[in-house]
Design a protein around this ligand. Structure first.
Ligand SMILES: N[C@@H](CCC(=O)N[C@@H](CS)C(=O)NCC(=O)O)C(=O)O
Length: 219
């Protein structure tokens, strides 16, 4: 029996962060796929009243909101530590995690990635070019700021992987599938090198869209 159950859908970057953190911790977990079209069903709203994923189930403890889930996992599974002990590095981790939620996802990822990747691939929708164009100014700031904060470090808080890397990498990874990546990511060699480093990690390899789709089919 798995210690942790992640209620999620394949392709969700927030869900991938949680699954990748569980992999990094060497935890026993399984996917409970939320069936397509049931995100607003009474059954799922009982797990997540805002109708989103992921939701973590740990025995009789249920938790949604990815940052809360990641911090919970890091507290109850202390090895390897995914939060730095130094106050400034920890503050940087928190800052990057909030950049992910407030600026990378809202108004940038949920527009550009949605219209370029999820809409066309999953729903057969055409890309809304006007919406993408309107999202680009904020997107430019997000990517140049991520690059600036990363600097020459291996990871966002220094030499070691932290929750910030695990939260941001799945979202950034999606942009490589868009033509906008040429303008947003390619001019930042440090971000490219970081993403390559992240994507090579077994935790990220184990949680690709394709791999999670296979897990969902097998569940
Ligand atoms: N603040 C939430 C955001 C989660 C979120 O937006 N998840 C997306 C998938 S990555 C979702 O459930 N979207 C479904 C929808 O918007 O209907 C968290 O941190 O967990």
């Amino acid at each position: 029996m798995s210690d942790f159950i992640v209620h999620a859908i394949p392709g969700s970057p927030f869900s991938r962060s949680v699954m990748a953190a569980l992999e990094e911790k060497g935890a026993s977990w399984r996917l409970a796929p939320v069936a397509p079209g049931t995100m607003r069903s009474p059954e799922h709203l009982a797990r997540h009243p805002f109708g989103r994923v992921p939701v973590l189930e740990h025995g009789d403890f249920w938790l949604y909101e990815t940052q809360a889930v990641l911090r919970y996992l890091d507290r109850i599974l202390p090895t390897p530590a995914l939060s730095p002990s130094d106050a400034r590095r920890l503050a940087r981790m928190d800052q990057v995690m909030n950049i992910n939620d407030w600026y990378l996802f809202h108004g940038v990822g949920n527009v550009i990635v949605f219209h370029r990747v999820v809409g066309p691939r999953v729903m057969g929708l055409p890309a809304d070019e006007k919406a993408i164009e309107a999202a680009m100014p904020k997107a430019r700031v997000v990517f140049s700021e991520l690059s600036r904060l990363l600097g020459e470090q291996a990871f966002f808080t220094g030499d070691s992987l932290s929750l910030a890397d695990l939260l941001v990498a799945p979202g950034v990874s999606f942009f490589t599938l868009t033509p906008e990546w040429k303008e947003l990511g390619v001019p930042h060699p440090n971000l490219l090198a970081w993403l390559k480093r992240m994507e090579a990690r077994p935790s990220m390899q184990a949680t690709t869209w394709e791999r999670v789709s296979e897990l969902a089919k097998a569940a």
